[in-house]
Design a protein around this ligand. Structure first.
Ligand SMILES: C[S@@+](CC[C@H](N)C(=O)[O-])C[C@H]1O[C@@H](n2cnc3c(N)ncnc32)[C@H](O)[C@@H]1O
Ligand code: SF4
Length: 231
């Protein structure tokens, strides 16, 4: 018997307002340019915690989904990622020494589409991070995956590189909705990947869904959610 949550109108009214997209905390709206480099250095040195969460943004996708609010560049040229990794190398070399007494508890690769990277580029990125930061066997390593464009054997390579969490971008399974947002993908593709991820021993498998897309109806989304639950 499922226990339903209690209906709390006051709580519902409190949050029934427009808010920023919480893909990070604090959200982008709270960021400001009014701090000096020294403020950052002092904060890092004086923090009572020695745990670090690293987020690496890979801002490339090969096709545009019309609803997308992420920071990305649409391109088919994978060599662009080499240039990006060159700059990332400089950035990491400049900042990593500040964190020499920190341990990485969590690593997350987001985007854009992190799996836009080739296996070689992905290996380069992880080697770079491991060279500059202190990881442990318990570090949680997560990555966002676009099921439509996963290179053959990429999941295996991700596991070899120590990833233990995957997040698949699904959004909606309905054909009409998918066409309206320029993102067509089959349930079977997702099913195959989820099965493979389980077999490979990823300990956490997430699915991103979106409601509010064009052509969605309560009935169509109910079906999408039922298909997701079946997976
Ligand atoms: C960076 S993408 C995931 C990786 C990959 N690019 C993909 O689409 O599968 C992260 C997630 O952000 C969500 N997202 C993108 N644009 C959004 C928007 N405008 N509002 C809410 N969620 C959005 C989608 O659910 C998407 O799966
Ligand atoms: S693939 Fe992901 S990041 Fe790229 S445009 Fe689509 S939703 Fe946005």
């Amino acid at each position: 018997m499922i226990k339903l949550p209690k209906w709390d109108q006051t709580l519902i009214n409190k949050y029934n307002v427009s808010g920023p997209r919480y893909t990070s905390y604090p959200t982008a709206l709270s960021l400001s340019g009014g701090y000096q480099q020294q403020d950052l250095v002092s904060a890092i040195k004086s923090s009572s915690s020695r745990s670090l969460s690293l987020y690496i943004h890979i801002p490339f996708c090969s096709e545009l989904c019309y609803y997308c609010g992420c920071n990305k560049v649409i391109t088919r040229h994978q060599s662009k990622a080499d240039v990006y990794l060159d700059y990332l190398t400089k950035e990491i070399a400049a900042h990593a020494p500040l964190f020499k007494h920190y341990t990485v508890e969590q690593l997350h690769l987001g985007g854009g589409t992190p799996t836009f990277l080739t296996v070689k580029q992905m290996t380069r990125l992880i080697n770079l991070l491991e060279q500059h930061f202190h990881f442990t066997r318990n570090t949680e390593r997560g990555i966002e995956i676009d099921p439509r464009s996963l290179a053959k054997d990429m999941l295996i390579h991700l596991r070899v590189l120590g990833f233990n969490r995957v997040s698949f971008g699904i959004q909606d399974f309905n054909d009409e909705v998918q066409q309206a947002v320029n993102r067509t993908q089959q349930v079977d593709t997702v099913k195959t990947l989820i099965t493979q991820a389980r077999e490979l021993g990823f300990k956490s498998i997430n699915a991103d869904m979106i409601y509010g897309l064009p052509k969605q109806t309560p009935q169509s989304f109910e079906k999408t959610i039922a298909q997701l639950i079946a997976l």
